[in-house]
Design a protein around this ligand. Sequence first.
Ligand code: SAM
Ligand code: 2KA
Ligand code: SF4
Ligand code: MG
Length: 257
Amino acid sequence: MPVSDSVTRPDSDTDGDSLPINELFASLQGEGKLAGVPSTFVRTSGCNLRCWFCDSYHTSWEPTHAWMGVDEIVAEVDALAPEHVVVTGGEPLVHQETATLLSELADDYHLTVETNGTLETDAPIDLASISPKLASSTPTPENAPADTDPGVWTDKHESARIDLDALASLVDHADDFQLKFVVTGRDDLPEIESLVEDVRGVTAREVRDSDVLLMPEGQTREALAKTRTDVAELAAEFGYRYTPRLHVDLWNDAPET
Ligand SMILES: C[S@@+](CC[C@H](N)C(=O)[O-])C[C@H]1O[C@@H](n2cnc3c(N)ncnc32)[C@H](O)[C@@H]1O
Ligand SMILES: Nc1nc2[nH]cc(C(=O)O)c2c(=O)[nH]1
Ligand code: SF4
Ligand SMILES: [Mg+2]
């Protein structure tokens, strides 16, 4: 059951076909198998996890958004040029209406969904970009964003961050998939290896090492400069794929990029 804790649907949305949208813009896909491809990004607000490092703070720790009708979102996507659409968040799959949006776009666009992999969907997806959250993502009073107290989220995040059934379902369902891990250092690798084996055990599909992507943690150029070489070398050592964060290299942490 999707849970959109912290994003309250307005009473006026009686037909329930709206989504809380944090931003909608055209850019280049910065991450993953399609890095460099011109894409329109639809960023929903609200998340069922609280990664301490979340680079979209205003969709998770402090959600902000305007409610947009699905038809209105489709019209804005149509007005932008790209043939690729990336639906992200926040966690887009906490909202049932995300499935409606994906169905409306499916005939005309290549659809990537950026998801933390904890929720299932039957919506049409060309590339399921799944980013399962490792133990190193769990918020604590020491690492939580400035002026936040993780409170119940330390336990809530820790118990919700991995759902093998949801991971298997997403991997089996989409036309293509990638497992894109945010890596903070070498200590993350045993958990990645063990989780990849667990996913291989529950999916009908082949999970190749080249479907497993290591992405350096870092919200800014400065932070990425400290992590990317180590993470690239870990990818080479373990036989996984490395993904840059092109948008951070190009535009740092500017909004709508
Ligand atoms: C903001 S999330 C939204 C989608 C979904 N909630 C998820 O986590 O996959 C988009 C992507 O950014 C990644 N991400 C978030 N914060 C990051 C950081 N500080 N460094 C590297 N990647 C990060 C996530 O792992 C995910 O792949
Ligand atoms: N350029 C760009 N590429 C991205 N790929 C995934 C993103 C996301 O936030 O989900 C993202 C983003 O925010 N910007
Ligand atoms: S799951 Fe995604 S949106 Fe949610 S807190 Fe983590 S990185 Fe941010
Ligand atoms: Mg992003």
